[in-house]
Design a protein around this ligand. Structure first.
Ligand SMILES: *Cc1c(COP(=O)(O)O)cnc(C)c1O
Length: 456
């Protein structure tokens, strides 16, 4: 028996839940490039967004105020599970035999099982305030749909979820989870929209994609006065809401008199990564602190490590505004890896700009290595991680082993964005040796990159 070290949970009081979100647009050295109207290619103004978003969220999208007040109604609901725990991973440190101190901020204690409820609640709140009766959205693996279903039930909004057909068939429990909270869930492509009917006419057996589901949800919202659209990642206001993660983590580390040398998050659309890391980048920008910030992504969808910084569409059908971001091309089809939440061709414009300017590093990992890290983590820390979150675990392992090789202490903070209780078929594939690494083909990437829109 090795020396008992026990994990350390660093808790806060309810009064420590942040009262304001942090807006990094106030501090970043180079401002964002504006989104462009997909038809005119001119900068998109509020009038381009108001058919599908409430004005309060449009304002947050473009705001350069450093702090944005969290409404009391939202903060009250955050109290359901916030402040979220921060753990010192002592058993893991011992297993890795590293001099590094490893901390992780766990967002899986939310009723939705991930960080996504942090933004679903304010999005539902602002839509309710604006007199909206119904929200339409897409979901891939089902995590975002789950969070929005809960938020809509709290604010008595109808919730229409377009769920990528392959996930709809593979993940019946995710669908039932959403339906329990009152959401209507339909497999996408569906016959509820022109976009869906069009695809079904041409490809009756289409498995669907996130790009198609976004097109359906946007069309639904744009064609009904009582309905708005809601997006679970990528946009500036989504990352703004997620900063409660990093703000709490900072307070928790202060309590144990520590501060990270390196902050790591998994990065799909960038919301949990930005939410954890931006409050630390605030210290980099305003106090000259030195913090390394690392985004972890899958090699099967290597947006930051292999993509291009360019204007591109957010969806396959080219309905959304064009955004300046790292992208693999809007028609890039990532392989069906198990971390469904990281299979997005683009990335948050905020994360993209900061990566472009050298404030963020990025690493890409193969899914078998990621699951090996997830299983080791589960066996030492007791929490079964979401496959997405396990990319951050893998990143933390690399840093911890580098610290060991260099023989130096190092404080590592990573984001554990959610639990993997709905992902056990992925664990089954790994544990039975059926999981494969699925790199993208260079020709496919070259083809989708050639389809980037031309600007001027
Ligand atoms: C959706 C999701 C992600 C990826 O989305 P981001 O916007 O990049 O955070 C990561 N982890 C979990 C658990 C998710 O549900």
């Amino acid at each position: 028996m090795s020396k008992s070290v026990g994990g350390t949970k660093i808790l806060l009081e309810e009064r420590d839940i942040p009262t304001r979100w942090y807006n990094i647009q106030a501090d970043m050295p180079n401002p964002l490039q504006p989104p462009l109207n997909p038809a005119t290619k001119q900068p998109a103004g509020p009038q381009d967004l108001s058919p599908i978003f409430p004005m309060e969220l449009i304002k947050q999208e473009v705001s350069t105020d450093r702090w944005v007040e969290i409404p009391d109604e939202v903060r009250e609901l955050y109290r359901l599970w916030r402040p979220a725990p921060l753990y010192r991973a002592r058993r893991l440190e011992q297993a890795l035999d590293t001099p590094a101190r490893i901390y992780y901020k766990y967002e899986g204690t939310s009723p939705a099982g991930s960080h996504k409820l942090n933004t679903a609640l304010p999005q539902a709140y602002y839509n309710k305030q604006a007199g909206i009766k119904r929200l339409a959205t897409e979901t891939g693996a089902g995590q975002w749909g789950s969070a929005l279903s809960i938020a809509c039930s709290f604010f008595a909004l109808e919730c229409q979820v377009y769920m990528v057909k392959v996930s709809y068939n593979q993940k019946p429990y995710r669908r039932l989870f959403m339906e329990t909270y009152g959401a209507s869930v339909v497999a996408s492509p569906s016959n509820l929209t022109v976009a869906g009917r069009h695809i079904l006419a041409e490809h009756p057996d289409s498995p669907g994609s996130l790009g198609i589901a976004i097109s359906e949800a946007v069309e639904d919202a744009a064609t009904r006065d009582d309905t708005n659209y809601s997006l679970g990642s990528v946009l500036n206001h989504v990352l703004l809401h997620q900063t409660v993660i990093g703000l709490e983590a900072k307070t928790q580390l202060e309590k144990v008199d520590d501060y990270p040398d390196v902050v790591i998050g998994c990065c799909g659309g960038g919301s949990n990564f930005g939410g954890l890391s931006f409050p630390f980048l605030h210290d980099v920008f305003t106090q000259g602190r030195k913090v390394r910030v690392i985004a972890a992504e899958p090699t099967a969808c290597p947006t930051l490590t292999r993509g291009k910084f360019a204007y591109d569409f957010g969806d396959t059908a080219k309905l959304t505004p064009m955004m300046m971001m790292y992208t693999l091309g809007h028609d890039f089809m990532p392989a069906g890896i198990h971390a469904g939440g990281l299979r997005y061709h683009g990335d948050s414009p905020l994360v993209s700009q900061l990566y472009h300017d050298g404030f963020i590093e990025a690493r890409a990992y193969n899914q078998k290595d990621v699951f090996a890290a997830a299983v080791l983590f589960a066996r030492h820390e007791g929490i079964l991680p979401a496959p997405e979150s396990a990319h951050a675990i893998k990143g933390a392992f690399e840093e911890a082993l580098a610290a060991k090789e260099a023989g130096e202490a190092r404080t590592i903070l990573f984001g554990l964005s959610g639990h993997g209780h709905f992902d056990l078929s992925a664990y089954e594939a790994y544990l039975t040796g059926m999981m494969e690494d699925v790199p993208y083909a260079d020709e496919d990437l070259a083809r989708s990159m050639a389809n980037l829109p031309e600007i001027k």
